[in-house]
Design a protein around this ligand. Structure first.
Ligand SMILES: NC(=O)c1ccc[n+]([C@@H]2O[C@H](COP(=O)([O-])OP(=O)(O)OC[C@H]3O[C@@H](n4cnc5c(N)ncnc54)[C@H](OP(=O)(O)O)[C@@H]3O)[C@@H](O)[C@H]2O)c1
Length: 268
């Protein structure tokens, strides 16, 4: 069976890469492409703007107008747009894969609410390597988390709109949950001035924004005499795009529920 995909944010960095990966993947077809109202991309061919030649899919500015053309919507847009896209898919009874990051708790609740009626994969990082790292972090936190100072360092390209990255926050959550801490209470975002000595129970976040870095994350567990570091470096957006397409194939037949990449990859 071919899964028909709608790509929301079709002209963005991730949108174009997802269209490219779909072109190379059996069992999926891009049948709808959406950008926001007023975008100069409206009316253009989704394949041509992704550098693949004509696909016969014109970019439109409203999900609802093309909802009958796709089975699953893949959303890589911005946090402020994602909730409205979720509402439209819920109304049309369409499953979703959401890779957009930087959502507030209130925006995440809209996704959780919609997942009672449609099936949604929502994950801040769709790379297989990063999801393996989440699993390895659980083990590291169990073994050395309480003795070590934990710092999460992430680097992304200069255009990234949110900070720290959704992936680093998820890494922090995995560690905090394993150690019985509340990330909201123990996270420290950057340091400046006279900060005093480090509180052992905190988890520090450092953000780098520079050039065209695709995405790099290092988690440091440092204690007296030794340091363990777990690093992931993405060198191509294709790793996220392939994960998103795999998630779309996985979610296509599900009725409802909220899932993440750990579910898709059977890592739970
Ligand atoms: N989960 C993962 O594995 C993963 C991996 C990489 C990135 N991300 C996240 O994915 C998101 C997109 O990243 P990106 O680098 O592709 O950003 P980008 O290049 O800025 O692309 C986002 C695209 O979405 C469009 N857009 C905004 N609102 C829209 C709406 N209401 N309907 C349709 N399209 C809309 C934007 O249009 P305008 O340019 O006109 O605003 C833009 O073309 C970010 O949140 C990023 O952090 C997640």
């Amino acid at each position: 069976m071919t899964v028909r995909l709608g790509i929301c944010g079709a002209s963005g960095r991730m949108g174009k890469t997802i269209i490219e990966v779909c072109h190379e993947t059996r069992g999926v077809k891009v049948t709808a492409a959406i950008e926001q109202k007023g975008s100069p991309m409206i009316g253009k061919d989704a394949g041509e703007q992704a550098g693949l030649g004509k696909l016969g899919v014109a970019i439109v500015d409203d999900i609802s107008s093309v909802a009958n053309k796709f089975d699953v919507l893949i959303d890589f847009t911005v946090a402020s747009s994602a909730p409205d896209n979720v509402r439209k898919c819920r109304a049309a009874g369409k499953n979703m894969v959401i890779g957009t990051t930087g959502l507030s708790e209130a925006q995440k609740k809209i996704i959780a609410g919609a997942s009672k009626e449609v099936a949604i994969v929502f994950a801040p990082n769709m790379s297989i390597g990063v999801n393996l790292c989440f699993k390895l972090l659980e083990t590291a936190a169990k073994v050395i988390g309480n003795e070590a100072d934990i710092e999460i360092i992430e680097a992304h390209h200069r255009e990234k709109k949110d900070a720290p990255s959704g992936t680093s926050l998820r890494m922090g959550e995995v560690i905090a949950n394993t150690l019985g801490r509340n990330l909201k209470k123990c996270a420290i975002y950057g340091r400046e001035g006279v900060t005093g000595a480090r509180d052992k129970k905190t988890i520090g976040f450092e953000t780098i924004r520079a050039g065209d870095i695709v995405g790099e994350h290092t988690v440091m567990f440092a204690s007296a005499g030794e340091r363990v570091e777990l690093s992931h470096k993405a060198t191509s957006r294709k790793t996220f795009a392939s994960g998103a397409v795999r998630a779309a194939q996985w979610i296509a037949k599900k009725k409802s529920g909220l899932f993440d990449m750990q579910d898709v990859l059977s890592l739970k």
